[in-house]
Design a protein around this ligand. Structure first.
Ligand code: ZN
Length: 183
């Protein structure tokens, strides 16, 4: 079987190709792969490097939603475990945005533990980006609303990983302070 480190690298390269034209919404317009690598490192650290499939799922977590990659493609390349993890953190894009956001709050508590770790890392990365480089067209109220929503999602999955939850809280506090300072 392919060693874990090589599968992780193959996933990183695959993610870079799939998201090649995409940038983060923030003013700095960071390449999207920066977000995927940050989430992957957060889950890798949180699990002590012992769960390569979870790191791979972190690298691919937005591929279905943002690149319209088929779940079957992810399974063929990286296995059923990775495919299931990615699907567990993928919204149904056929639903309106407000519904999707509410469903994240409602469904997060019932997700498998590893999907919760991935979710915590994703929300932490998003809040760090919101603090450091908010979208230029987001007024204070929208930024605060985003922080409140992320906190509501995470409130339902506490008790999953203390270290990541502390990093999330720190990122949320910073994003909130930066938003308030912008008003
Ligand atoms: Zn993400």
């Amino acid at each position: 079987m392919e060693p874990g480190v090589l599968r992780v690298l193959r996933a990183a390269e695959t993610a870079a190709r799939w998201h090649v034209g995409q940038r983060r919404k923030g003013d700095a317009q960071e390449p999207y792969i920066n977000h995927l690598l940050e989430v992957a490192r957060l889950v890798g650290d949180a699990t002590g490097g012992r769960d390569p499939d979870l790191v791979i799922a972190a690298l691919l977590h937005d591929a279905i939603e943002d690149c319209e990659i088929a779940p079957a493609t992810i399974e063929a390349e990286f296995g059923a475990d990775v495919r299931a993890l990615v699907q567990a953190v993928t919204d149904d894009k056929n639903l309106p945005k407000a519904t999707r956001k509410q469903l994240q709050i409602d469904h997060a508590p019932g997700k498998p533990r590893r999907a919760k770790i991935l979710k915590l890392a994703d929300k932490t990365s998003n809040l760090r980006a919101l603090a450091a480089s908010p979208p230029a067209n987001w007024p204070m109220a929208r930024r605060l609303e985003y922080v409140a929503w992320a906190r509501a999602v995470v409130a339902g999955i506490r008790g999953t990983n203390a270290g990541l939850e502390a990093l999330f809280d720190e990122a949320a506090a910073r994003a909130e302070a930066a938003a308030r300072a912008s008003g």
